[in-house]
Write a protein that binds this ligand. Structure first.
Ligand code: SAM
Length: 236
């Protein structure tokens, strides 16, 4: 992946990358493809498609909040590092925790952190339901999550990690409003309040990116999240 092309694609969305950041994206792509032959990381492999659908898409949340104000971020169900790693490359001041239930993906993320020489970023293996009962609970000012679950389930995975006044940004598609209607109960029970909904950011000529932005207003009761698997089986 050519550095100039990366710089140009980000420039089109108003993000100015320096040479080092563009090189980090280029390296990330190379390693993603090498590891993708050994372990299942992504079905998107075409260079241009990865650049837009993974790298640029990860940064679209910067259109809805000011990331310069974010200090500590958790990416729940990060997979091969989306959106957490692209956000870290562009905003290196943020302390980032990448969380995933699949250990093989954590091994890939550890490798990427090393090879891109990223600091203050940690890949953690485990299920959100279990890790929300550790010292990670209510310790983040921002939680992000893309393509992990339906919103009502996701709220139970994510809201317990967020400190009072912090935000949860859920990356959603064209069913954003519909999903939100089924999540009002979960959001209220878990201490959140919908701050805004965006469903018309254009990623490319065929794809829209939607976001639901939820603010944590109250502490999440100790009984949430319920034991691993329960949120998905029986959403709030
Ligand atoms: N966020 C990435 C992206 O947008 O490309 C990965 C999406 S992938 C479809 C969903 C990921 O969520 C998988 O890597 C899976 O292991 C992880 N996941 C699903 N449920 C989880 C849970 N309860 N706790 C932690 N990770 C979970």
């Amino acid at each position: 992946m050519k550095v100039n092309k990366i710089i140009e694609s980000f420039m089109n969305m108003g993000i100015h990358l320096n040479e080092r950041q563009a090189e980090q994206f280029s390296l990330y792509y190379r390693e993603l493809m090498i590891w993708n032959d050994k372990i299942n990381l992504t079905t998107i492999v075409d260079e241009d498609a990865v650049l837009i659908k993974h790298f640029v898409d990860s940064l679209l949340s910067t259109k809805v909040i000011n990331f310069m104000e974010v200090k500590r971020l958790i990416d729940v169900g990060t997979g091969a590092g989306f959106p957490g790693i692209p956000l870290k490359i562009v905003y290196p001041h943020i302390e980032v925790v990448l969380l995933d239930a699949l250990n093989k993906r954590i091994a890939f993320l550890d490798h990427i952190i090393l090879i891109l020489d990223l600091k203050n970023i940690y890949a953690v293996h485990g299920r959100a339901e279990d890790l929300a009962r550790t010292e990670l609970r209510e310790s983040f000012d921002l939680c992000v999550s893309r393509a992990v679950s339906q919103l009502n389930v996701l709220c139970e995975y994510c809201l317990p990690f967020i400190a009072i006044n912090g935000l949860f940004i859920s990356y959603k598609g064209n069913k954003t409003i519909e999903e939100l209607e089924h999540s009002e109960n979960a959001i209220r029970i878990l201490g959140g309040k919908v701050e805004s909904v965006v469903d018309d950011i254009l990623l490319d000529s065929t794809t829209n990116r939607g976001f639901v932005i939820i603010r944590k207003e109250h502490i999440t009761e100790d009984r949430y999240p319920r034991r691993a698997g329960k949120p998905l089986k029986k959403p709030l």
